[in-house]
Design a protein around this ligand. Sequence first.
Ligand SMILES: [Zn+2]
Length: 292
Amino acid sequence: MSLSDRILLVVDDVGMPTVYADGTGAPIPLAAYERVLRLAESRDLTIPMGVPAAYLSPEGERFGVVVNARGAEVVALLRDNSRRLPVWNHGLNHRFLTWRTEFLDYATGRAPAADEQERHLRLSQEILAELGLGRPRVFIPPGHGWQPDTTDRLARRVGLEAICLRAWEKTPVAHWLRRPSRRYWRRWELSRHLASLPRLGLGLPAAQTAIGRTSALKSRLFIHRPAPARWLIQRTFSHSWRPHHFFAHIQNFSSSRCLAFWERTLDELEEFFARLPGGPGEPSVAGGGGDR
Ligand SMILES: [Zn+2]
């Protein structure tokens, strides 16, 4: 499977009208998309865009989201630049089960019934195809929550071939301290039904629009993960998956001042992947080597 030989970064939540999935918070400007495109073009990169489909559908309200009033412009930009910014499936409505997950609630371990999951997967693929955005081959579970052997098996049925996943999912430290009873920590396995594309974060919260010096330092730490920081970031000292890409959110491109940060971060990511055997863009397999 050849997705691209130049994928360093994938951008999630593409098409949401505002920084929060429930339609609240600051609007995400169209300029955020233009910045991603400019970065991809200037560096000859492919930057896949994870789209929760309903926000861009004129009928999205039926699926419980606040429709993006500028959705047609977002769709046109994605359609005109499908080689640089290919669309990946990021679910139907992103927050079906919790404030951030559609296919698994971390706190309870509950997942929707299989037929409901299949309906969401099928509808999201259909909406994206109707918008002229093609039928994605890659699935990014909203909030990285999915039900192994169910969500991935159903995703395969609707034409998806790969899944983006994290090795772990944890309560952010700040939330953990505020509400220790709501703590969760989950380790994921590779999918048995889809190609697995392990991903790493940059330490930027999804809703973060301005990126200052502290965030820049933090993201460097997240890219290179020296041993002492590794436990805090991933709550374990090692895991053996070779990352396929890093991820961020379209919200993180909102500010006109963020370009310098992204230029530097993409430099760092180029270096990071240059040091990994095999180079960027190859789907990972279990135990793919490297203490990363
Ligand atoms: Zn998301």
